[in-house]
Design a protein around this ligand. Sequence first.
Ligand code: GLC
Length: 523
Amino acid sequence: MGQSKAMAGVYIACAAAACAAAAVLVSQRVKVRSQKCTARKILLEFQEACDTPVARLRQVVDAMAVEMHAGLVSEGGSKLKMLPTFIDHLPDGNERGLFYAVDLGGTNFRVLRVQLGGLEGRVIKQEYEEVAIPPELMLGTSEELFDFIAKELVSFVAREGEDFRLHAGQGREIGFTFSFPVKQTDINAGSLLQWTKGFKVNDAIGQDVVAALQGCIERRGYKMRIAALVNDTVGTLAGGRYWNNDVMIAVILGTGTNACYVERAESISKWGGELPKSGQMVINMEWGNFWSSHLPRTYVDESLDNESLHPGEYGFEKMISGMYLGDCVRRVLVRMAQQAGIFGPHVPHKLLEPFSLQTPDMSKMHHDNSSDLKMVAEVLKRVYGIQNTTVGIRKIVLSVCDTVCQRGARLAAAGIVGILKKIGRDGSAANGLNRRNNTFEQSDVNGTHDEVPVNCPTGSGKTVVAMDGGLYEHYGEFRNYMQEAVVELLGEASKNVFIELSKDGSGIGAALLAASYAEYVPT
Ligand code: GLC
């Protein structure tokens, strides 16, 4: 009897423990569910705020075309700088000789040499070297930065093989790709207006960047001439045009983002110089600084901008480019971690660190199509030490990546269509291609079209947009969303618009421009 009472006691105790455990489990499940619920709410609100339906994109397209016009009319007429580049003709295949390029502006620094053989030989041989830019140089002094470029360049030239040859009487001429806003005063002179992306070398602002580099090269005892100063977009345009006459626009989607295009010189009312004979000039838009009230701005963009190296500047770039996309995602995850505890009771310390989530990792998570989202779990663990995430939470993280990527890609598409609209190649009803003489006929629908648009050399009616940059090249979802949106916006006219990767075009493009604007004229 005593024994059975004791047994009954044990059963009761066990049952109570089981109940308590079940209660803890239930309460944990309830907690997890409510965390997920709060996180979902945060996600939904963010998705709504980032939404870019076609009607909104059209407003961005129109705003882009209007701002382009305003930026061409007067200095400071728009946040779009619309910088004249002094490039009035692009490479056409006739370039000959040995030329060099140095390329500073993204994550890596590059030096390149290319032996050009004219129309028959084209690119006979090329060689390049790439090094990561030491981060301290991005925030150091101008002397350190330009001397670093000079040092890499002269050591590259010193290691030149016999198969690269200067023609008799040819000096070493360089194309200098400097991917920041520069106010040019000539094809090979111009002062830095401001830094963008991760650079902040204060004493360089206002300096002539060509003279600065030229000085450093000479101090190292070398004689080379910088023949052309080019933005990376301009290099990409030149590289693209070298192979394809229909290339009229170039876009970079990399660490930063920007576009350039061929404009009618007459439309550049702010241009004080003589009009070029070709009647055309390449314009570096610096579209990263584009702004419009139609852009879908969220709390993420506000905090990112406030804490950035250049607050209030380059708002479009901060929504689109590789330097910032990962950080947009991180900022949403921080909110979810703080308000919904999705990563446990404490917010992982590293998650609070700006730029700790880089876009290549965001892209890895976004492309995860395994059923349990292994890659999402792997990245969260590797970057933040976050363990044991549920598939539900991983799905939410992936959706955040998707939202940020989709918004950026669709805005980039609207930017491209804005340019097409400005040059009369968006196929809008009033702008028909007159097949007889291969020029565009159009009316000035809303003051943003030129009366006579720029024509490409072939007059084929096709427009090719040369693209470059790691974001475009490596982030497949971004590329797809962007292309989809271009088609959505252009409809039928998209059949005449070709968006083509022009890989590393900017390096070779700068060397080609050095050839086009060289002192040396091949005989
Ligand atoms: C930044 C620079 C711009 C460059 C772009 C892409 O926006 O200001 O000059 O073209 O990044 O590298």
